[in-house]
Write a protein that binds this ligand. Structure first.
Ligand code: 5AD
Ligand code: SF4
Length: 434
């Protein structure tokens, strides 16, 4: 028997890339690859890339350059680029970086085994199609090995919203939902392998239409799976939060009280230019309805500062919206020009203005996050334990609200236990088993 070849995958960007990397690794498992944690002993290196902001793509090119010496030492080493940069730039990547042997887009990675064989034969292998066939029908069955208690599960890909700043509709394509049966089968399989919490993924996951009852219908079917204890979903567009999904937040015990619902800006003028198709007021009303269904919900959001033509008054509207809504978690970014998107053509905001706004916005969000975390002290939460903590005798897991919680004690990985929160630290909580 020949020794297994080693595969090193580095994942950038969103959670869907984490899921895709796992599936790509499994696809190459059939070709005799086993995973390795370092590029140094790899026979194949795959960078699973993100194109959402400028810096993400630049990081990929600088990382690729670093592999030159490895390839000099080991000419058989194959280097591949997957993900959204692969989709957006295609053959350009090989032109710009001749070290690259293989380029595969997010919709065609079920063809990796063929592409790998082509690359091994010394040819350049490229596939950035949006194929007719469903990649999930063509990927090999998932392995049966036991796995960590939390897992991602992609249920929807692509986006039809066309926000003016965003490359997703171009790199991931049109909105496509996986049929509910296919998703439920995969979920049952994950649960058999030890998974207790599933996060349903989609670029616009609440537009899921692979079930007659939409995302809420899928969640209620997942709710029936014995052994599955927690359901989460990300990421959503405000306009696709339908009544059934809002209601599920109040009535489905397995659906966790955490919602990532990006608004991007609090200025109606900017929201319109962003093509978000809702106003700040509509978003605020929506949050009120969701909180009426689930009062303790922890809300998370995304914000962009310095979108083209954003004035100080527009930015003040965003700060005001944040004050009104109150976020327990948030991600914020300076606007980054993406070639091919409508906003790229418009009058840009100066870099120093963007930086100052980002600083102010992040200070406010940090304050809110810390306050939300501090309110947990004295409360009892349920923690799904995931791994040992950094200090001896400690275990760490996540509360319903996705806060990291440390306890001292010996709890098996995968157990959900009641914990009384004693202390709020900068990025986590400390508690005692009840
Ligand atoms: N510039 C800055 N941030 C962006 N995002 C998407 N496109 C851009 C861009 N061009 C942010 C949005 C989105 C998150 C995933 O990334 O806030 O919700
Ligand atoms: Fe991009 Fe999200 Fe807007 Fe779709 S809804 S275009 S993924 S920001």
């Amino acid at each position: 028997m020949t020794a297994p070849k080693k595969l090193y995958i580095k994942t950038y960007g969103c959670q869907m890339n984490v899921y895709d990397s796992e599936r790509m690794s499994e696809a190459l498992g059939g070709e005799g690859y086993v995973p390795t944690e370092t590029p140094d002993d790899a026979d194949m290196i795959l960078l699973n890339t993100c194109h959402i902001r400028e810096k993400a793509a630049e990081k990929v090119y600088s990382e690729l350059g670093r592999f030159r010496s490895l390839k000099d030492e080991k000419p058989d080493l194959k280097i591949g680029v997957a993900g959204c940069v692969a989709q957006a730039e295609g053959a350009e990547i090989m032109a710009r970086q001749p070290l690259v042997d293989l380029v595969v887009g997010p919709q065609s990675y079920h063809r990796l085994p063929e592409l790998e064989r082509k690359a091994r034969a010394g040819e350049k292998a490229l596939d950035t199609d949006f194929p007719e066939e469903d990649k999930f029908d063509h990927l090999a069955g998932r392995p049966k090995a036991k796995r960590a208690p939390t897992a991602f599960l992609t249920v929807q890909e692509g986006c039809d919203k066309f926000c003016a700043f965003c490359v997703v509709p171009y790199t991931r394509g049109a909105e496509v939902s996986r049929p509910a049966e296919q998703v439920l089968r995969e979920a049952r399989d994950l649960v058999e392998r030890g998974v207790r919490e599933i996060t349903l993924l989609g670029q616009n996951v609440n537009a899921y239409h692979g079930h007659d009852g939409g995302l809420a219908g899928l969640i209620w079917d997942l709710d029936k799976i014995d052994g599955l204890e927690r359901i989460r979903f990300t990421t959503s567009h405000p306009n696709d939060m339908d009544d059934a999904l809002i209601e599920a937040h109040g009535t489905c015990d397995k659906l966790m009280p955490y919602l990532h619902l990006p608004v991007q800006s609090g200025s109606d003028r900017i929201l319109k230019r962003m093509n978000r198709k809702h106003t700040a007021e509509q978003y605020i009303r929506l949050i009120e309805r969701i909180r009426a269904a689930r009062p303790d919900l922890l809300l998370s959001g995304d914000f962009i500062v310095g979108f083209p033509e954003e004035t100080d008054a527009d930015f003040a509207d965003t700060m005001a919206l944040i004050e009104t809504v109150g976020y327990g978690q948030a991600y914020s970014f300076k606007y980054s020009t993406r070639p091919g998107t409508p906003a790229a053509e418009r009058a840009q905001v100066a870099e120093d203005v963007k930086s100052a706004r980002l600083q102010a916005l992040q200070a406010l969000l940090r304050e809110q996050q810390q306050a939300a975390q501090d309110t947990m002290v004295g409360r009892e939460v349920n923690v799904l334990f995931e791994k040992p903590g950094r200090e001896a005798g400690q275990m760490v897991g996540k509360s319903e609200y996705l806060h990291a919680v440390h306890v001292t004690g010996d709890v098996p990985v995968g157990d959900i236990r009641r914990v009384r929160i004693l202390q709020s630290n900068p990025n986590s909580l400390a508690g005692a088993l009840s």
